[in-house]
Write a protein of this length. Structure first.
Length: 238
């Protein structure tokens, strides 16, 4: 176990959550949450990552609100207004801080649900990233009006290793879209593709609220340690 520090911080005018080993580290991850924002479980994700020796910087999609204090109906409304270009700009602000003020030499990105889609988009446009991890990414067809960037096409341009954790019973990303995503990743000329499928697991199976279904709980229990090892291998390795 690693001694860590964790707190909300302000980075370039943006609220974020920072969890890191005491004394710092050489590698880090940008975390893009699901609809919940930086709620209790997302903070636990960050602390789990920091406990492995990797710095975690969490983007705040709702600028101070989360599922801890905001009704889901309001979060859904905000999700429909979230613009891709805004997310990319805010993510870049956090990455610049990580590479600059935090002195990290490697950064990756991990996202869940809406954040999983955004991780694919960010990864396709930023060759500095050392990995891209997407937990059950929310790829809708047809795309909502605020989804102006094609996540599958973006995935085809990622040069870093990619890990996808796919819910076998996902009702958000269709089997056809999942097939297109796999094809986009596997036809890249650089970057390993690790795609794990969890049969019977539902969309957002990583969320504790879904763990009354033992299939979801088992999928998360199996996947999370694998993800943590992948993060360490890609942002702390030589």
């Amino acid at each position: 176990m690693t001694d860590i520090e964790a707190e909300f911080v302000e980075i370039g005018g943006l609220r974020a959550f920072l969890a890191r080993p005491l004394g710092g580290s050489s590698g880090g991850m940008l975390l893009l949450p699901m609809i919940t924002g930086i709620n209790h479980q997302v903070r636990e994700y960050a602390e789990d990552i920091a406990d492995t020796g990797v710095t975690a910087v969490v983007w705040d999609p709702w600028h101070g609100h989360s599922a801890d204090d905001t009704p889901r109906e309001k979060l859904v409304e905000w999700m429909g207004e979230l613009q891709d270009d805004t997310v990319l700009a805010e993510s870049n602000t956090l990455l610049e801080h990580a590479f600059g003020e935090l002195g990290l030499s490697k950064m990756g990105v991990i996202g869940w649900c809406l954040g999983g889609r955004l991780a694919l988009i960010l990864g396709g446009g930023d060759p500095r990233l050392s990995n891209v991890v997407a937990y059950h990414p929310s790829l809708f067809v047809p795309a909502p009006p605020n989804h102006t960037v094609d996540a599958v096409e973006s995935a085809s341009r990622i040069t870093a290793p990619v890990m996808i954790l796919h819910a076998g019973a996902d009702t958000v990303m269709s089997p056809a879209t999942f097939g297109e995503l796999q094809s986009a990743l596997q036809n890249r000329t650089a970057g390993a593709s690790i795609v794990s499928v969890f049969p019977g697991a539902e969309h957002a199976f990583s969320s504790r609220a879904r763990h009354t279904n033992p299939i979801n709980a088992d999928a998360y229990a199996l996947s999370w340690p694998q993800v943590l090892r992948f993060l360490g291998d890609t942002v702390l390795g030589s």
